[in-house]
Design a protein around this ligand. Structure first.
Ligand SMILES: [Zn+2]
Length: 314
């Protein structure tokens, strides 16, 4: 596995590549803390995964390359304690990453007792929030449909809308990433009641405003709503007769910057999709996310790794 693959999240190994900090894993004090060590291969972490795995699956689980490992887990048709494995896997990756960061700031921090119960508890809570669109969990690792890193000098904004089928409550969310697939910023907005298209358009609006306010002037904007992207493209030429939100987006697009708006398949928009679902549980209105929610870690991992394969220059 190439060193480049270590660049997507700020592990201690990555810090150590440009500073004088210690790259050694804080759990085992034994290995360089590259990503796959931090999230799978550290002896402390191996013990967590083993509690969930059939002995017959262990060899495969611990030997797959990072990208295949994530793809295999996210697609796996397996339940543990009646909960789907892809859910447990996503939440476990997020928690393991979170605990690593806790340890970084507090040397006395320990992984909780009965850790698999803690993971199952968080997965159940998380699944409640996800239920609205459980069936559109598209996790194929088809590389033609994978998320791609933005071009050099550009950032990428992925946005999505979510509407709960039972409550009809709507929200949107988005994620801004750099050339390595690293998190820059994210946002959620709980919209109250709105149509699916309107939630998608609000997501695009907030994504543009957030990118502009952060000072980015070369922005690749992606949404899995072809209608919303068509509308954005029409707005570039449109003049009057627009609804207020469309008018705001139209004037924004006319500002002094470059925005490329592209429709992508839902499978390539997994991070924004996950974040948008979480907007339904957040307080009404716009909320900026400085740190990535733990549930998005596994999808970010998959995106960053898929994306590196696409870009030999990367
Ligand atoms: Zn370790």
């Amino acid at each position: 596995m190439g060193r480049r693959k270590d660049k997507w999240l700020p592990t201690r190994s990555k810090y150590a590549s440009w500073s004088a900090t210690n790259p050694i894993c804080l759990w085992c004090s034994n290995s360089r803390e590259i990503n796959v060590h931090a999230i799978r291969d550290c002896p402390q972490i191996v013990a967590i995964w083993k509690a969930f795995l059939n002995p017959s699956d262990r060899a495969l689980f611990f030997n797959l390359s990072t990208m295949h490992w994530i793809g295999w887990n996210l697609q796996r048709n397996y339940n543990f304690a009646s909960i789907s494995w892809p859910s447990i896997f996503s939440v476990a990756c997020g928690l393991i990453w979170h605990w690593k960061n806790e340890k970084h700031f507090d040397a006395d921090f320990q992984i909780p007792n009965e850790v698999h119960k803690v993971i199952l508890y968080h997965t159940k809570v998380h699944d409640e929030a996800w239920r609205p669109s459980e069936e559109d969990r598209g996790t194929s690792c088809d590389n033609d449909k994978a998320w791609r890193k933005p071009m050099l000098g550009w950032i990428k904004v992925n946005t999505d809308g979510a509407v709960c089928r039972s409550s009809r409550k709507a929200g949107c969310g988005g994620i801004i990433r750099d050339n390595y697939g690293n998190w820059i910023k994210g946002f959620v907005s709980n919209l109250g009641y709105a149509s699916v298209l309107s939630a998608e358009i609000w997501g695009i609006y907030h994504g543009l405003v957030t990118a502009w306010n952060l000072g980015f002037r070369k922005v690749e904007l992606e949404s899995d709503s072809s209608q919303a992207i068509k509308m954005i493209q029409m707005l570039r030429e449109a003049g009057s007769n627009l609804r207020p939100l469309q008018h705001k987006i139209s004037s924004f697009l006319a500002s002094d910057w470059e925005v490329k708006a592209t429709h992508i398949p839902r499978n390539a928009n997994g991070c924004a999709n996950t974040i948008a679902k979480h907007s339904l549980a957040s307080s009404i209105g716009f909320n900026m996310l400085d740190n990535h929610p733990s549930v998005v870690v596994s999808v970010m991992l998959r995106d960053a790794n898929n994306s590196i394969i696409h870009d030999p220059v990367g």
